[in-house]
Design a protein around this ligand. Structure first.
Ligand SMILES: N[C@@H](CCC(=O)N[C@@H](CS)C(=O)NCC(=O)O)C(=O)O
Length: 209
């Protein structure tokens, strides 16, 4: 299996889940600002990571689908509830919320210069932050005193939530108003598979980092 990824991008979620599975895989780094490899574009015309290439040559795209595909390879790890259970819909609610409300909510902050002069960029940033702030409230409230998003324990939704919320460090989004979220990020980051994927992408260094 081969994963096209880009450092610190949403593909980190798939990278983490591959490490949770403990299976062999190949990583191919894509420079999203550089030349896009033709084989990658053929597999995903959107030119977006993550793109997973299976051993039979088929591709799987879209974060939420890639994560579910991976989780279903090893159901015994309970990274997702069984597909025929009601709980699976609860997981999908989280995946969809993260994808559409948080992931794409953060996206304008990665490309602020396209919005024009500094005043316009500041206005866009303010608007994005106020929308994200409402969503952070919802996540913090739903998490409450729970360790992970699903009452059953750690799932692929946590790998995705962790990846997207961690962007606060790169994009200078202050999360201090949401200690629940900061503690949650620390808890997820302590997982060996999360540390392994982060070290592999050089997001943290050293054995204790
Ligand atoms: N709908 C896609 C979106 C994935 C996406 O936005 N990926 C970003 C990185 S986080 C990307 O590759 N963007 C391409 C670009 O910036 O050119 C999915 O859910 O997988």
């Amino acid at each position: 299996m081969k994963l096209y990824y880009s450092k610190a991008a949403c593909s980190l979620a798939a990278h983490i889940v591959l490490d949770e599975l403990g299976i062999d895989y190949e990583l191919v780094s894509v420079d999203l600002r550089g030349e896009i490899p033709a084989d990658f574009l053929a597999a995903n015309p959107l030119g977006a990571v993550p793109t997973l290439i299976l051993d039979d040559g088929q591709s799987v795209t879209e974060v939420s689908v890639v994560l579910q595909y991976l989780a279903d390879l090893k159901p015994e790890l309970k990274l997702a509830p069984r597909p025929d259970s009601f709980e699976r819909y609860r997981l999908e609610e989280w995946l969809n919320f993260i994808a559409t409300e948080l992931h794409k909510g953060f996206s304008p902050l990665w490309k602020l210069p396209v919005y024009g002069d500094e005043a316009t960029q500041a206005a866009v940033k303010n608007h994005v932050l106020s929308e994200l702030s409402d969503r952070f409230d919802i996540v913090a409230q739903k998490l409450g005193s729970r360790e992970f998003l699903m009452p059953s324990g750690y799932t692929i939704a946590d790998a995705y939530m962790f990846t997207i919320l961690s962007w606060h460090k790169f994009l200078k989004v202050d999360l201090s108003k949401w200690p629940t979220l900061l503690q949650y990020l620390e808890r997820v980051q302590a997982r060996p598979a999360v540390l392994k994927a982060m070290k592999s992408e050089r997001l943290i260094m050293g054995p204790q980092a």
